[in-house]
Design a protein around this ligand. Sequence first.
Ligand code: GLC
Length: 739
Amino acid sequence: MKKNLLILISIVLIFSSFKKSNVDEQPDQRVDSVLRLMTIDEKIGQLVLYSSSWDITGSTIKEDYIDDIRKGKCGNIFNAHTVAFVSKLQKIAVEESRMKIPLLFGYDVIHGHKTIFPISLGESASWDMEAIEKGARVAAIESAASGLNWTFAPMCDISVEPRWGRVSEGAGEDPFLGSKIAEARVRGFQGTNNNLSDSLTILACVKHFAAYGAPQAGRDYNTVDMSKRVFLETYLPPYKAAIHAGAMSIMTSFNELDGVPSTGNKYLLTDLLRNELGFTGFVVTDYTSINEMVNHGVVANEDEAGLLAIKAGVDMDMQGEVYSKYLKKQVENGLVDVKLIDDAVRRVLRVKFMLGLFDDPYKYCNPTREKRLIYAPEHLNAALDVAKKSIVLLKNENQVLPLRKGEKIAVIGELADSKRDLLGSWKAAGDWKFMKSILDELKEYNGAQNVIYAEGCKKMGEDRSGFSKAMATARKASKIVLVIGEDAEWSGEAASRTNINIPGVQTELLKQLKTLNKPIILVLMNGRPLVLSKENELADAMLESWFPGTMGGKAITEVLFGEYNPSGKLTMTFPLNLGQVPIYYYAKNTGRPIYIENPKYKSRYIDSPNDPLFPFGYGLSYTTFKYSEIKLSSNELTDKGELKASVTVKNTGTYDGEEVVQCYVRDLVGSVTRPVKELKGFEKIALKAGESKTVTFTITPEMLAFHRLDMSYGTEPGDYKLFIGGNSRDVQEANFKLK
Ligand code: GLC
């Protein structure tokens, strides 16, 4: 009794002393003063993360997690939110457990918490880092207001695999753009100065480390096997950027890499992550990914899996109950040095101190703030702004768009009147009942009498019974707006597809509507690149709207009627057919590139062109832009110098608009083969009709570094091409030498 009293007094003294000290002044000293009071069970408890039963994002749930919180055997919770529920659980931790250590509360706030932004792949198509940061900022504010202090985002997995449903959560195929977006999202979540003690910032979690976006055959959780050079050049950069932006947690991926599951991969989690990249936060696994190493076949049982994970560098076990079951015994049997446990606990406690949770465990639990901030008007406006900027105009034959206010339009398709699908996958706590569908917004904007609707067919299935009504409806209108695509849950986790066409009979309906000889505008809702060759032939205009979020209906309406001139650009290549996949712009030239005469013995298909339907960086506008020749400050770049490349872009159309000016380079000769293009810069500019602007990119030798034949990272002198244009295909060209 006396001993416990003494401990209680020391805990109160330790915690109360923190109020005066600046949280960031002596993190380790404070952490150690708590650590030394903890039993081995309490230490292991800090390495345990359980889901509440509020939301299911994996295959198992532990019902008695509340009792574990009370006993100090669970120090972290996810899938629990709202101030009421978080306060209840936090109270148990800080008032009923012995050590009174506050809980972390995590959630998958991927593209919004309540106010939902476009899915991340959609947001990335805005190429607008401010807009993307704003989306993460609003997500942080609303989730923090709901009691959360940790999000399992940004997802930084590069991918060239449209069959993989999780491309919807990422930033597309390019490492340079993906890195910029990862940084923007970390800034949004953690605040521009990574001020985690601010009660409106939340802990970011870089995921899924590593190379989860390259599953063979696009099948989720499947084997990932790539050269170390491809991993370092293409897949690592966004994780690295997010870490250097200050992210303080990272999540291991389900996949193996080079034969070793990430969750037991000491090269990834210690040698690379900590020793090379200098990561100082903590490592959490993905959902039961420690347990799954038994299935991978690198351990015989969960006991061994726990051993492999803790020695590889995993700090926290998400939902696996492996650390809670086996770690203590492994320490007692001398299989695990308690120092490993202490280091892991130290990293977790340090983040809890940085978040200010020891100073005030209820700092995220303010019900008044929750009411005021959730769905705040400025958040909805931000979601509308980002949704508009994410929409990509893929086709606009004969300027059929924008629509004219008051003209009679037929709106067809189940998705046109769906609110739920607008939110996409990983919709966190987003509601949709109060939202307006695309149809609602079109009626409101254009007058209900000018908008007639027929469902036509479902977003999936073979039922054609609605076709005739759709045809009859379309006959009464001057233009047809057909909304087709995927169900919101057909992308995201565990949602791989073996074909990436428009599902069901939606395209058949398009074909029938085409016989009416009226302009058809396709609005696409999808979470991945699709094969749109047929649709592209049949439609007069095509808008890629992704899953545009809470304000998506309004965003699509404002773009259709020209209130906003679409400015989005694809961040993943859209193939002509599935047989081309994987297809991406930074391909190698090969020994037999097709762009030479005598096409037989060349790298080609006998049944398809090589080129995709829509290339990386592609997107149209209601106006047109003309690019001048590239002007170089010099044709030589010295190893300490820099080279300026400028173009003048003119808006040659009749609409004000925005253009994403993109800059690529090609290293013509390297000690290893080099991509035919690599994105090295971009700038989104606004131009009034008739206006011109000069855009200048600065090229430095560091930007041209790569992993050379001996795997050393650096540059090689030689000839380069430089390209500037509005996508990765239609570019101006110039040459320079790196001395
Ligand atoms: C899921 C996902 C991961 C998510 C986690 C928690 O399995 O792979 O992205 O953050 O579990 O929900």
